[in-house]
Design a protein around this ligand. Structure first.
Ligand code: G3P
Ligand code: CA
Length: 268
């Protein structure tokens, strides 16, 4: 009783700029997202953390140490304090060949600043990073999405997709806004597998999954898609892996190099 699947054509395969075009600019800064936009990425990926005073900000880690000149947890900073930190100089020191004066004065952007800056001009792929430690993170996200009228389609694509490793957070988001497309993230150390129970649980809230490319093969991807879910692969940062992701007929891939993703997809 297997459903047949339409093959995913290269044009359907979404290129998601992982933390922005984070190969070329400090991750989760406006220039990183702008480079992704200029490369024509289908989505810019934004990881969310939250300040002590309840403001959603774009940062991958719970701590500011790696990507700013500060120390400690984001949750220990008010927005005003967080805005004192420099979010670009670390990149110039770590990447002398790609260092850019423009990165010297960058601040950590709030989600609202990102929405104000890019508005309707990009699609957003947003990750709830540590929802267990942040109170009402889901409510705050949904209210911003409503304020900026982002819960809607943009042509064939949803304007916003939300992803998380945390099932409770996705379930809460689904209760708050059933129309929001939600992606359950998984990391498999070895071969990816999902049980019937897993699929049943996912069907309560998710439109797809995100999974590390090292764990999957064609059979797994096809099984997930036959169960009605999309599959996004992370993180693909060279041409060989990007071709592999396209050959796997996944629905898209996260990459720090969206220009590379677009050119591999075009030539595929
Ligand atoms: O979106 C999948 C990927 O972003 C998860 O990895 O650690 O870069 O957020 P990470
Ligand atoms: Ca992420």
């Amino acid at each position: 009783n297997k459903k047949s699947l339409e093959p995913i054509t290269p044009e359907d395969f979404l290129i998601i700029a992982h933390r922005g075009a984070s190969a070329y600019a400090p991750e989760h800064t406006i220039p990183a997202y702008e480079i992704a936009q200029q490369a024509d990425a289908d989505y810019i990926e934004i990881d969310l953390q939250m300040t002590k005073d309840g403001v959603l900000v774009a940062m991958h880690d719970e701590k500011v140490d790696r990507t700013t000149d500060g120390v400690g947890f984001v949750i220990e900073y008010s927005l005003e304090e967080l805005k004192q930190l420099n979010a670009g100089r670390w990149y110039n020191s770590a990447n002398p060949g790609l260092a850019n004066k423009e990165f010297e004065d960058l601040k950590v952007p709030t989600l609202q600043e990102i929405f104000s800056h890019f508005g309707n001009d990009v699609n957003y792929y947003i990750e709830m990073k540590s929802p267990k430690i942040y109170k009402k993170m889901e409510e705050k996200l949904v209210s911003l999405l409503i304020q900026y009228n982002l819960i809607r389609a943009n042509g064939e694509l949803p304007k916003v997709i939300v992803e998380s490793f945390n099932e409770d957070s996705l379930t809460r988001l689904h209760q708050l806004e059933p129309k929001l497309p939600l992606i359950q993230l998984f990391y498999f150390k070895e071969e990816a597998t999902l049980s019937v129970q897993h699929y049943n649980r996912l069907s309560n809230f998710a439109s797809g999954i995100g999974v590390n490319i090292s764990s999957v093969d064609n059979d797994f991807i096809q099984e997930v898609q036959l169960n009605g879910f999309q599959v996004y692969l992370y993180s693909i940062n060279n041409e060989i892996e990007m071709k592999k992701a396209l050959n796997l007929q996944a629905n898209g891939a996260f990459t720090n190099n969206p220009d590379m993703g677009i050119s591999v997809r075009t030539e595929f």
